[in-house]
Design a protein around this ligand. Structure first.
Ligand code: FMN
Length: 372
């Protein structure tokens, strides 16, 4: 199975299945000298952990992080960091039924076509549990970014038909309510809507918004590794993501240049700023110094207990009601996944960008020589 690695200079390789012994990640390219403890990673994993509210799968997992390599006396050594979470609540019998048919909206059919057989227990690699490795690695990236003055924050912008009202925007709320909305009133409405969906044995989708602050101008490569392109790949590689937009995104297609262009202006300190941010902080694939703002659209969870039509592995038309433990909505648990994929993308491009200017390379090595 190719394609489990992401990143150029800071790369991650995730491994493991939903109902295997464990799930993890190898981070390569993390600089030496970062203080790192399992608690740093746990803080992030806890935000993704299942079983925390009636709006997540009832599967209860501690998702305890273990650092297997790359850290010595509390600091990263510059060698590959291997992080692991053991699965403790596998109930593969819940999924034995799925072995015999293709869940509508899930990856069962395409995995069978691609590999000739599949790990049907909990969806194998197509399970949301694959994102544990991303979140563990993202916690490390976020810690490095904090040292560089860059922060990445995501939250639920909408759930089903309920959207946050920016006049009530309160970032602390997103960490407090079970639907991760930065608007307490919208969160209550979203929870009512989700309760209705659950009563109907149905699921719901939503939009996650992410803001990257403190990113200097100049991050991102001009062609295939544009900041926007790498963010899109990072985010669209998360299961159930069906849309990505940066800045005004699809709304920009209905705008006019006179409105959509962000006017530049000179700040009092001589720096160049923008009066608006329709571009979402990226021009020509390169950060422009404003906040980077993007959104990811998540579809409703595929595995629902309402009856649906499908086809069995042996080719018969059948009706199914999907059993097992599933998230009635993916968005609240995916918020931290989006945040972590953004942190990994930005840090990787910051590292890649360190070679773009001879004057800076010269200054870097001059500094090294002076230290020696
Ligand atoms: C954090 C997270 C949790 C998920 N939980 C479930 C779940 O409980 N049930 C389900 O059917 N899909 C779940 N998914 C979505 C599936 O992984 C995804 O829909 C599936 O792999 C098919 O891929 P696609 O939707 O991108 O086409 C979850 C995804 C994420 C990121």
């Amino acid at each position: 199975m190719a394609g489990s690695t992401f990143g150029t200079l800071l790369s991650i390789t995730t491994w493991g299945e939903s109902h295997g012994k464990g799930i993890g990640v190898v981070i390569d390219g993390c600089p030496a000298g970062l203080p790192l403890a399992e608690e740093d990673i746990q803080l992030y994993l806890n935000r993704r952990r299942p079983g925390q509210s009636r709006f997540t799968t009832p599967r209860v997992e501690a998702d305890q992080a273990e650092i297997l390599s790359g850290v010595f006396e509390g600091k990263t050594t510059g060698t590959p960091i291997s992080l692991m979470v053991r699965n403790t609540s596998q109930r593969s019998k819940d999924y034995s039924e799925i072995a015999s048919y293709y869940r509508p909206g899930h990856a069962d059919y395409t995995y069978d076509k691609k590999y000739g057989f599949r790990d049907y227990a909990g969806g194998g690699r197509s399970s949301g549990r694959e994102t544990i490795g991303r979140v563990a690695a993202g916690a490390v990236a976020a810690k490095i970014l904090a040292e560089l003055g860059v922060s990445v924050r995501a939250y639920a912008k909408s759930i089903g038909p309920v959207s946050i009202d920016y006049s009530r925007f309160d970032p602390a709320q997103a960490l407090e309510n079970p639907v991760c909305m930065p608007d307490a009133d919208a969160a209550v409405q979203a929870m009512d809507y989700l309760d209705q969906c659950r009563k109907n044995q149905d699921s719901a989708g939503g939009v996650v918004e992410c803001i990257i602050k403190g990113l200097p101008a100049g991050i991102g490569e001009p062609c295939f590794d544009k900041l926007s392109a790498n963010l899109a790949k990072a985010v669209c590689s998360i299961g159930a993501v069906k849309g990505f937009e940066i800045g005004d995104g699809f709304a920009a297609a209905r705008s006019n240049g006179s409105v959509n262009n962000d006017a530049f202006h000179a700040e009092a300190d001589g720096r160049i700023g923008k009066l608006t941010n329709h571009a979402g902080g990226v021009l020509g694939g390169i950060s422009d110094g404003s906040d980077v703002v993007f959104r990811a659209a998540f579809k409703p969870t595929a595995s629902i207990s309402a009856e649906q039509q499908t086809v069995s592995r042996s080719g018969e038309n059948i009706t199914v009601s999907v059993r097992g433990r599933h998230d009635p909505i993916i968005v609240p648990r995916a918020v931290v996944v989006v945040e972590c994929m953004a942190a990994l993308t930005v840090l990787d491009l910051m590292m890649v960008g360190m070679t773009s200017r001879l004057d800076r390379i010269r200054a870097f090595w001059k500094n090294v020589r002076e230290e020696d």
